[in-house]
Each structure stands twice: as C-alpha cells, then as structure tokens.
Design a protein around this ligand. Sequence first.
Ligand code: ATP
Length: 300
Amino acid sequence: LAQLFRPLDMLGMVYRTIRQGLIDMEAMFRLIDTPAEIVDAPGAPALHVVAGEVRFDNVRFGYDPDREILKGVSFTVPAGRTLAIVGPSGAGKSTIARLLFRFYDVTGGRILIDGQDVRAVTQASLRGAIGIVPQDMVLFNDTVGYNIAYGRQGADMAAIEVAARDASVHDFITGLPLGYDTRVGERGLKLSGGEKQRVAIARTLLKDPPVLVLDEATSALDSRTEAEIQDVLGRIARRRTTLVVAHRLSTVVDADEIIVLDGGMVAERGRHADLVRAGGLYATMWARQAAEREEEGVPA
Ligand code: ATP
C-alpha cells in the first residue's frame, strides 16, 4: 500500500512546490488546473481592460484562517505605472501577486482591475490579461521556439522572432545548433538562469498583456546579465501596469511607487528617494543591502 501512496505523496509535493513558488502560472494551470474552491461566478463576463489600473482595496488574506498574512492592504497602480512591493522575507509579497491572479480569494476587501472585481470576471480572461515573468521559469521539453510561442497560441515565426529580439535573446538562439528548433528543458539543452529569464520575457512580450507581474529573481545572476535583464524588463514595463515583487531592492529605484510590507500591512509608501530620506524600515533595508553589495564588490 505504501508503494501506492508514494506517487500520490510525490504529486502532493509537486503541487505544493509549484503553488508556493509562483513559478509559471500558465504552465501550472495546464498541469493542475485551478483549485476547486476558485470557480467562475455563474454568467461571469470577461474582464474588459480599458486602461489597466490595478487596485487593492483593504485586502485581507490568510492561507490558514488562524494566521492572517495580509491585514488590510490598499494601493492603486495607475494604468501604465510601476509599483514595487518590498518587505522582509515572508511579508506577503508573492502572496499579493497570487491574489491578483485569483489563485486564492481574498477573505476581506477586494481587488479591482479597471474597476472590475477579479472574482466577478472569468478566470480565463483575467489570466489572459496578466503576464508574469517568474523568477525561475520551468521550460517545456520542446523547442525554444515553442517555449516562446506558448505566450500566444498560433503565433507565427515572424512574431516569435520580434519578441525574441525585444527580449535580447534572438542572437543567442540563432547561435544554437538548430536555432529556434533546438530542444530545451530537462531533456534538452539546459539554459542558464539569465537565458531562461530572457525566454520568459520573450514569451510575455508575445502575449502582450496590459498588466505585468515581475517576480524578481532572488537567484544570483552575474552582475552583467542582471544589468541586461533589468534593462529589458525596464523597457517592457514602460507601457504596462507593472507590479514588481522585489526580493532585493536594487531594481525598485525607478518605480513610481514603492510599498513596504511589514506585519501584513503597508508600513511605508513612496518613491525611493523619499523613503531613504524618511529613515524608516526601507532606509534600513537599503543601507544593509548597500553594505552587502559593497562587501561583494558589486557596484551599487
Ligand atoms: P520572500 O521574500 O521570502 O519570497 P514573501 O514576502 O514573498 O517572501 P510570501 O511568499 O507571500 O512571502 O509568504 C507570506 C507568508 O505566507 C509566509 O509566512 C509563508 O510561510 C506563508 N505562505 C506562503 N504560501 C503558503 C501556503 N501555500 N500555505 C500556507 N502558508 C503559506
């Protein structure tokens, strides 16, 4: 009997790992479908994105009823602007992104996109409107072209190439043995963290969503690769409403607004320079990271 249960255990583990990591939402939905408790409201209309404003209105949420993670979080990201979410590890930054996708339902307050509650629209239309560049994308065991094309069903080669160029990954791909037909993933060519992230960016560019979630890498990329990726991300965020889930602070300097989560609430908010000047939690985190970077010999 134990033999029988082991694979089930494994599945459970895979499920939890995937759910935890906000890895690749789209791949994940193919794999496991949405949890049973999240269902479309009867007759729910499609989300109609006009401008792309994202609003959290007094949002409360806990994975377990007796442990609230978000205790009334409010913010508005105006259409086309960038909001960075920072805070200590475990503060609930990735949780905010999961709630925006309606991977879970809030227990209080509401989440609105252009005034429409995410619970009132179809999940397919909601997820179609949001692109995510995850910190560690899982590639399908297929060609690199397929992996990019997954962003938009039926995309032609020309469109795939444009997206790859915009993500600064085209030259790398054409240098591979079979170019766009090179197989990648677990059973194919293994790509580096930076290469994978650029493929993820190309996929997102092809999808061309009005709302973007960047789950910033915690994994160490070398500083040149990181600078290149930051540059590409900066470009793709420019025309879109963007939420940056920032595990480090080096990339939030240019955000239109930064919110600092602490103890389930927004402890501070403002732009980088204001927050540094205010001398609170953000300023402390910034000073600590600057010192760490100096120790590592990385220019701040
Ligand atoms: P980090 O910067 O370390 O990635 P974070 O701010 O993104 O952290 P979250 O991943 O949002 O933090 O997690 C917030 C809290 O919720 C943590 O205490 C975490 O342990 C808990 N948590 C996250 N996912 C689950 C889950 N699926 N079930 C139960 N608790 C969870």
